[in-house]
Design a protein around this ligand. Structure first.
Ligand code: SF4
Length: 390
């Protein structure tokens, strides 16, 4: 058998799974390799070369992310009719994981509460900024300059607060992003005047209505954490890009599988020298994908996949996590997802669907130090007189 590769000799001796047909087993190994390459992309290739050691745990953020929010959706009665709703109330204790910056561009315009409702006239919010459209109130008065002033003041506030994300009130001609009309009241075409600035500045934009759905909020929250981490991650080399991709690729595959496969191939084909422009372009594309919502069906499938991985890795089960076929409501699914996040964090198993988690520093487990005798105990014998030792 001299001259045969080591794995073939092992197979012959029964150390590797070989049951009589060596050629069949070799075909199986080759096929498995090809499948894995297709599935995992360049990362495994790099790993097998020994170039990289991937950290297979979740990224833990300790800083609170700052989120701007349309003030009327956080309970401030600042709408034109002096009303507001607190859509963040349902977040419960999770609300304190973030720093909130409520702003109201219309109030900051000096239009007051209550006020005449306003609307975009002659175009979108974007066209207001380019001078092709204006903003009027119900009485037909042109309030464009006032609203522009209030909007820029709010943007400055968000920038000063270093907000990553903004939760916007859709339907408003000011804060609306994809809709600027409410209940058949036409108030112009989207985006709104403030919505235009939020899109231009590439904020991570969350519709306020999604705060009321536990699973949609879970989806926004996990992508926001990943977005925030990846946006500010120093990426100076190809390897640092690969390491970051290893953390994010499963989530990206869930969000847009064909794109993620293509990105895997592009990363594999990167030359030895990667320019800052290449990295910036790749980073921009990944951030763009992280902005896209997933679906309940995909989230549930991925939860089960991750849970199966956990069971295999730890040889344990977690009470309360159900298979995709088990019928339950979205609130229960959101609870299962949070449970899986907690378990992954506590047991150091990678929960790839939610690769970046937030934990307050003081809530982190204390590092376990190696147990040694205390210095007092160690020195006690030396300090004793020879008579006492005897
Ligand atoms: S939608 Fe925006 S501008 Fe309108 S009341 Fe709410 S925060 Fe103010």
């Amino acid at each position: 058998m001299a001259g045969l590769p080591d794995f073939v000799r092992k197979a012959e001796r029964g150390i590797l799974p070989y049951n009589g047909s060596l050629s069949r087993w070799i075909v199986h190994v080759i096929l498995k390799f090809i499948m894995t390459e297709r599935k995992e992309g360049p990362i495994l290739k790099e790993k097998s070369r020994g170039d990289l050691t991937m950290d297979k745990t979740n990224v833990i953020l300790h800083e609170r992310i700052t989120i701007g929010i349309s003030a009327c959706t956080m309970g401030s009665p600042v709408r034109y009719n002096a009303k507001g709703w607190d859509l963040t109330a349902g977040l419960g204790r999770e609300k304190s994981d973030f720093k909130w910056v409520p702003v109201c561009p219309e109030t900051m315009s000096g239009l007051g509460v209550p006020r005449d409702p306003i609307h975009l006239s002659g175009g979108t919010g974007k066209e207001v900024w380019s001078g092709l459209a204006i903003i009027k109130n119900r009485g037909g008065q042109d309030v464009t300059e006032d609203v522009k002033f209030g909007t820029l003041s709010c943007l400055e506030t968000l920038e000063r607060a270093k907000a990553t994300a903004f939760i916007y009130m859709d339907g408003s001609p000011t804060c609306g992003v994809y809709r600027t009309s409410l209940k058949k009241q036409k108030r112009g075409n989207p985006p709104g005047i403030f919505g235009t600035l939020l899109l231009d500045r590439e904020y991570f934009l969350i519709p306020a209505s999604d705060l009321q759905s536990p699973i949609r909020w879970w989806d926004w929250r996990r992508r926001l954490l990943a977005f925030h981490w990846f946006r500010s991650l120093p990426l100076e080399s190809k390897n640092s890009l690969y390491e970051a991709w290893y953390k994010l690729k499963f989530l990206c595959q869930e969000l847009d599988e064909p794109w993620a496969r293509e990105m895997g191939r592009r990363l594999a084909d990167l030359g030895k020298q990667v320019t800052a422009e290449d990295i910036a372009a790749i980073r921009g594309e990944i951030l763009e994908v992280l902005r896209r919502p997933s679906t309940t069906a995909k989230i549930t499938q991925m939860l089960w996949k991750n849970y199966s991985f956990y069971r295999k890795a730890k040889g344990k089960t977690v009470d309360g996590i159900n298979s995709p076929d088990f019928r339950r409501n979205v609130t229960t699914i959101a609870k299962e997802l949070t449970l899986m996040e907690r378990t992954a964090f506590e047991e150091g198993v990678f929960f790839a669907s939610s690769p970046v988690l937030y934990r307050e520093k003081r809530r982190m487990p204390k590092p376990v130090l190696p147990t040694t005798e205390s210095p007092a105990e160690e020195g006690a014998e030396e300090d004793q007189s020879p008579e006492e030792q005897a």
